[in-house]
Design a protein around this ligand. Structure first.
Ligand SMILES: [Zn+2]
Length: 388
């Protein structure tokens, strides 16, 4: 029995020990499995897949105006909520500026339905360190992040983004990747340690954290040496990387799914790269599991079409050796801890927000049932109730 008053959980207990307050609305989920609202720690609501024959990434920055992108972001937010994801850490808008701050405001004010958002606004990388790539140097094209060079520019970008409402900062520490002549995955590093340290120092001063996109190699090492709070993707964690993450308490958000979908043709450079990434990622994730790194669920929705089921990431986590319970924890209690929201979200416990979902079946036996969340409550308000 979960007693909810307003937007919070008041008490939790056995049906015999808890009194139903007079006048309360009773929702019977006794035939379902009830869980805390799920948390996706790596999404892009302003990105709508990168489908090549629909113009890929570039068209979204070159041809879509901001109002169109914002309209689609509201749909992405709704899609997340209806799948039981009541909180997202959205890790930058891909050229849509501070649009995520506005979407968050609209959700918080009840203008549109959507999850609780932790937003990171524009993202940060260096010259040569982010898309749009490969246009003629004679024309100016937009970039999917704020470009900085030098520690002071980095610090200024961090200040601007924090000033305009960033809850987290997102920094790209690697960009292009390719397979070298020995068959190894190589990633181009972006910011220097000094530049990243300026961002991290600024963010920490504001009581905020920094998420670092980093595949492997030099850029990943700089991310760790610069003191980032979470490593995104981490396709090629070495034993030394894992050891350092353990020591520094760094979170790991592996985002497995996108690396196992939609590979380029086998004998093209991109195809070789895609296969190498996938081949590296599984052992990297297993290494993290074995070392008991702090892992959070995230599948880079937006990079993946929002029409795909978000919970597909659970399938990969479990397939690669994580227990179903730990996979669920990565999308609930663990993510809440990373977000500094322990006891507030990601748990069915007195005092927490009443973010509650339910599914038919037992996700500990079949993690796949989480793709069919039938009941969603956020902050005490029922958004979806299809379990009857
Ligand atoms: Zn991403």
């Amino acid at each position: 029995m979960i007693i909810i008053r307003g937007n919070r959980i008041e008490s939790v207990g056995g049906a015999s020990s808890v009194q139903v307050p007079p006048g309360a609305t009773v929702i019977d989920l006794s035939q379902a499995t009830v869980l805390p609202g799920l948390i996706d720690s790596h999404t892009h609501i302003f990105l709508q897949g990168e489908v090549p024959d629909q113009g890929g990434y570039d068209i979204q920055l070159l041809k879509y105006q901001i109002s169109y992108r914002a309209a689609r972001a509201t749909v992405a937010a709704r899609r997340a909520l209806e799948q039981g994801f009541t909180t997202l850490r959205d890790v930058e808008t891909e050229g849509a500026g501070y649009g995520d701050v506005g979407i968050k405001q609209a959700i918080n004010e009840g203008v549109i339905p959507g999850p609780r958002l932790f937003v990171s606004t524009r993202g940060i990388s260096s010259t040569g360190g982010y898309m749009l790539d490969d246009y003629s140097p004679e024309i100016q094209v937009p970039k999917g992040v704020q470009i900085v060079d030098g520690p002071w520019e980095a610090r200024k970008a961090a200040r601007e983004q924090l000033d305009h409402g960033a809850d987290w900062l997102k920094v790209y520490m690697t960009h292009r990747s390719w397979v070298d002549k020995d068959g190894a995955l190589v990633s181009q590093p972006t910011l220097t340690v000094e530049e990243l340290k300026a961002v991290v120092d600024e963010a920490h001063g504001w009581g905020k954290k920094v998420a670092c996109h980093a595949y492997n190699g030099i850029g990943l090492q700089r991310a760790l040496d610069g003191g980032c709070d979470s490593i995104e993707h981490g396709l090629g964690l070495t034993d030394a990387n894992v050891e350092q993450m353990k020591r520094q308490g760094t979170w790991y958000c592996p985002t497995l799914t996108p690396y196992y979908l939609d590979w380029a043709p086998e004998n093209s450079p991109e195809g070789k790269r895609d296969r190498r990434r996938a081949a590296d990622h599984e052992p990297s994730f297993k290494k993290a599991l074995q070392a008991h790194l702090k892992i959070v669920f995230g599948d880079d929705m937006g990079g993946i079409l929002w029409t795909e089921p978000i919970a597909i990431e659970f399938d990969y986590m479990v397939r690669f050796g994580m227990s179903p319970l730990d996979a669920i924890r990565s999308a609930t209690v663990s993510a809440a801890e990373m977000l500094g929201m322990q006891g507030q979200i990601g748990a069915v416990t007195p005092g927490a927000y009443a973010d509650i979902v339910a599914v038919q079946g037992d996700p500990l036996r079949d993690i796949g049932v989480l793709k069919h969340v039938g009941f969603v409550m956020k902050g005490g308000q029922v958004f979806k109730d299809e379990l009857k």
